[in-house]
Design a protein around this ligand. Structure first.
Ligand SMILES: Cc1cc2nc3c(=O)[nH]c(=O)nc-3n(C[C@H](O)[C@H](O)[C@H](O)COP(=O)(O)OP(=O)(O)OC[C@H]3O[C@@H](n4cnc5c(N)ncnc54)[C@H](O)[C@@H]3O)c2cc1C
Length: 518
């Protein structure tokens, strides 16, 4: 992936002609082209030092050229893209090292520990919370530990319905390997096409089909990880009472405790049938209440999401198509995947429940449209940045009883900082019996310093989340961006526990310095 843009360059889009007028009206079209020709600062790691790495992984897997280092610089948040677009590649690693297998990862960590070189595990590079921009002060240099060669399906147990995967597999690669065994993971975050299995585990990712398949951490039954002080091999049974669940300590550890070298996941049979449809709700509250009812009745479809009034109006080319030109209401997407009989029964039960709760069925067209476009929106962000629109997303979660307050407070915080012209869209992206996550998309006119502009808005929204008793992140993880709020979320004892684990596993602090741990 190019450091300045999202995804596959072949899929890049221009701002559609139909949207130019609207964007101009809302924000004023500007021309903000990305800087070209920028290069990272020279590597500070000399050949003598790098020879140690070459001995471990092979000469061709220690890369110091500018292009490779530029490609492993930061992640894909809007501030990451804005920095790269401004020609700032100052966070580029000094070298990119590509180990193959657990033993090589262990040896690289031992080398880094000995020479006090910081190590940033790199999966798909889609992080949006600064988790790839580790601190480098006090270190002899920084290497990106690229897991791209670790792409094997190591084992399939189709009696237990588990599969063991290496961390470097991207979403589609993992699904293709599993499909050959008639299996699927069902983990489809919007970053699916580029993010990796190791990244999903390290950030506790949640996919768009989480209502049916669950979050990624809920799929993991076992894992191996290499740390500077030894290796972990966890998950000898599907569940246990053998003390606190140490798997959960590694999941979400964002490369700060160790490098995840394999995960064993619960798999499902490939679905025979997939069906997606739309529903209209008179208001966001009515739709959210219906989601709660489904979740608490144990009646969840595989996909369940609900856009608020603003997101519904923006996302629909023709809002009148969902029931009245003046009032499109709120669009809900429901999706069903599984064996034909199961899908039919679940669909019938959900349809009866939603109809009884006041929803209007819109048929399969909105659902099909959503499923076809589900991975495309990030390409539009690049086109909007080109035209001077600041566009970024943030997410949180809370209990049902606090949903309305959280929604109102985060919206107010963003509007206070970014001004009346800001557009704040929201959808309920994941639901549980006890609560849900809220996912906000924000668009505003880019000012002189769009990074500072966003940082101020993000800080205000983060303060609002914590003040409302919600989480700082439901699925994007902590990285460096959310770190200042983590202490407030987990408390002083929680911080000491995190620091103690870090000190035990990584006493020299070489793993992702400055990421996660307050
Ligand atoms: C457009 C877009 C859409 C997104 N949509 C979603 C979404 O729907 N749901 C969601 O949950 N997230 C989403 N994300 C966030 C991101 O894709 C996830 O956090 C994803 O899990 C990161 O995976 P990755 O392989 O890209 O990890 P990376 O970005 O490479 O790394 C993320 C963090 O994990 C560490 N890490 C990576 N691999 C390992 C490993 N093997 N062992 C230890 N540490 C490791 C890294 O050092 C870093 O701190 C989105 C991001 C973008 C840009």
């Amino acid at each position: 992936m190019h450091p300045q843009r999202w995804g596959d360059p072949a899929s890049a889009v221009e701002l559609p002609e139909s949207a130019r007028g609207l964007v101009d009206l809302a924000f004023g079209l500007q021309d903000r082209p990305a800087t070209t020709g920028a290069t990272p600062p020279p590597s500070v790691l000399d050949d003598d030092l790098l020879d140690g790495l070459r001995t471990i992984v092979g000469r061709e897997h220690v890369l110091v050229d500018d292009a490779t280092r530029a490609l492993r610089t930061r992640g894909k948040s809007t501030p990451d893209l804005l920095r790269a677009r401004a020609g700032d590649l100052s966070d580029a690693p000094d070298a990119v090292v590509r180990p193959d297998g657990h033993a090589e990862v262990e040896a690289v960590l031992a080398w880094a520990d000995e020479h006090r070189v910081a190590v940033v595990p790199f999966g798909g590079g889609t992080c949006v919370t600064g988790g790839l921009a580790a601190r480098r002060d006090g270190f002899a240099g920084l290497v990106s530990l690229d897991l791209v060669r670790m792409k094997r399906l190591l084992a399939v147990d189709d009696v237990s319905m588990t599969a063991t995967l290496q961390p470097g597999l991207r979403g589609p690669e993992a699904e293709a390997l599993l499909a050959a065994h008639g299996l699927t993971l069902g983990h489809y975050p919007q970053s699916f096409e580029h993010a990796s299995i190791g990244g999903f585990a390290a950030t506790r990712s949640s996919g768009q089909s989480s209502a049916g398949y669950g979050r990624f951490d809920a799929m993991v039954v076992g894992l191996t990880a290499a740390t500077p002080t030894g290796s972990l091999d966890l998950g000898s049974a599907p569940a246990n009472a053998a003390g606190p669940d140490l798997r959960q300590l590694v999941l979400g550890s964002e490369g700060a405790f160790g490098v995840i070298t394999s995960v064993t996941v619960r798999a499902r049979r490939l679905p025979e049938v997939k069906a997606y449809e739309g529903w209209r709700w008179p208001s966001f509250d009515a739709g959210a209440d219906a989601m709660r009812t489904l979740a608490q009745a144990g009646l969840l479809p595989t996909v369940l999401r609900l856009s608020d009034e603003s997101e519904t109006a923006i996302n629909l080319a023709d809002p009148s198509s969902i029931g009245g030109a003046d009032d499109p209401g709120c669009l809900m997407i429901t999706g069903y995947e599984g064996a034909a009989a199961q899908v039919a029964a679940r669909r019938e039960a959900v349809t009866a429940a939603l109809t009884g709760l006041g929803g209007t069925p819109l048929g399969t067209e909105p659902g099909e449209k959503w499923v076809q476009g589900r991975f495309h929106a990030p390409y539009l962000r690049d086109a909007l940045l080109d035209h001077g629109v600041l566009v970024e997303t943030l997410e949180t979660a809370t209990f049902w009883s606090d949903r309305e307050r959280l929604y109102a407070d985060v919206k107010a915080a963003l509007t206070d900082v970014l001004g009346e012209g800001v557009l704040v869209l929201c959808h309920v992206s994941h639901v549980y019996e006890t609560g849900c996550s809220l996912y906000f998309t924000v668009a505003a006119r880019q000012g002189e310093d769009p990074i500072a502009q966003w940082q101020a808005a993000k800080a205000a929204a983060s303060d609002a989340m914590i003040a409302a008793g919600a989480t700082i992140t439901h699925h994007h993880a902590v990285g460096t961006d959310h770190r200042p709020w983590l202490a407030e979320e987990v408390g002083e004892v929680g911080v000491r526990m995190l620091r103690a684990v870090k000190a035990e596993l990584d006493p020299a602090g070489i793993l992702n310095p400055g990421v996660l741990i307050p």
